[in-house]
Design a protein around this ligand. Structure first.
Ligand code: CIR
Length: 255
């Protein structure tokens, strides 16, 4: 969670038709833009150099930069997103990664993996199988990770959630923020766990960057809990992006 660089992509007006599991109404473009602008400012304020890519009208979900690639200081991996409408996003990010990284690997065609299913921890890179990430994609990703000197590990995403990281995030070297269901799954037995208060599950997708933890400002009890545990909480507005199933990790690639 020590990062100094990030890539984000501006939302396009097509973001209002972003994918969602349950329709709570379209997000408002200006609202999404305001949340995204605040996100960029926050990344800068916690010490990141942010590369801002232009909006892509053809890809409503392309603001969620985290899904089509995975980056480390050692290099980048171009992924193959599982949602058909998002697969072209990988092609769009490729030239940018080649410019910024010396080593750029590509997940072979066939399998799928979304960055939202990948939790990088000091122990391993956890890859959650989901409706977006399949066995073939996860296995191929483990091979790519080896090339970059990282150990990948396949885990299960709880039924009915979009991504593995919809229900967990890394708070520090040994601690994860998790939903009760994720805590009970046994996946994080080797970690200290901060369990979200019941009803605050959507706050699970927080993101630790340097000294700060960015948390959705809709979840007061979670913010208090993290504050009591000594974390430096930065509240972020997520009301509009939440309508298209997004949290805080998904809007950037960080390294
Ligand atoms: C999607 O369904 O792909 C987008 N509407 C939301 C993606 C959120 N990404 C993430 O959590 N990594």
């Amino acid at each position: 969670y020590h990062f100094n660089s990030a890539i984000v992509r501006k939302p396009s007006s097509s973001v209002v038709s972003g994918l969602r599991a349950e329709d709570l109404g379209d997000p408002d473009y200006h609202g999404v833009k305001a949340e995204h602008d605040a996100y960029i400012k926050t990344l800068e304020s916690v010490g990141m150099r942010v590369t801002v890519l232009p909006a892509l009208e053809a890809f409503p979900d392309s603001i969620f930069m985290e899904d089509p690639a995975l980056v480390f200081t050692e290099g980048a991996i171009i992924l193959n997103p599982g949602a058909p409408s998002r697969q072209g996003e990988a092609r769009e990010i490729a030239p940018v990664l080649h410019e910024l990284f010396e080593k750029v690997l590509e997940l072979p065609q066939g399998g799928h993996a979304d960055g939202g299913d990948i939790l990088v921890t000091p122990k391993s890179v956890m890859i959650g199988l989901s409706a977006r990430t399949d066995e073939q994609g996860a296995t191929a990703l483990i091979e790519c990770l080896k090339t970059l000197g990282h150990r990948g590990e396949i885990v299960n995403t709880p039924e009915g959630v979009l991504h593995f990281k919809t229900e967990c995030s890394l708070l520090d070297e040994e601690t994860v923020l998790v939903t009760r269901r994720m805590a009970q799954s046994g996946i994080f037995n080797d970690f200290r766990k901060v369990i979200l208060p019941d009803g605050d599950e959507p706050a699970a997708n927080a993101v630790r960057i340097n000294k700060s933890v960015l948390v959705s400002s809709n979840y007061q009890r979670t913010m208090e809990l993290l504050d009591q545990q000594g974390y430096s909480v930065v509240p972020m507005k997520t009301s509009e992006i939440q309508k298209i199933d997004a949290g805080l990790s998904c809007m950037s690639l960080r390294w």
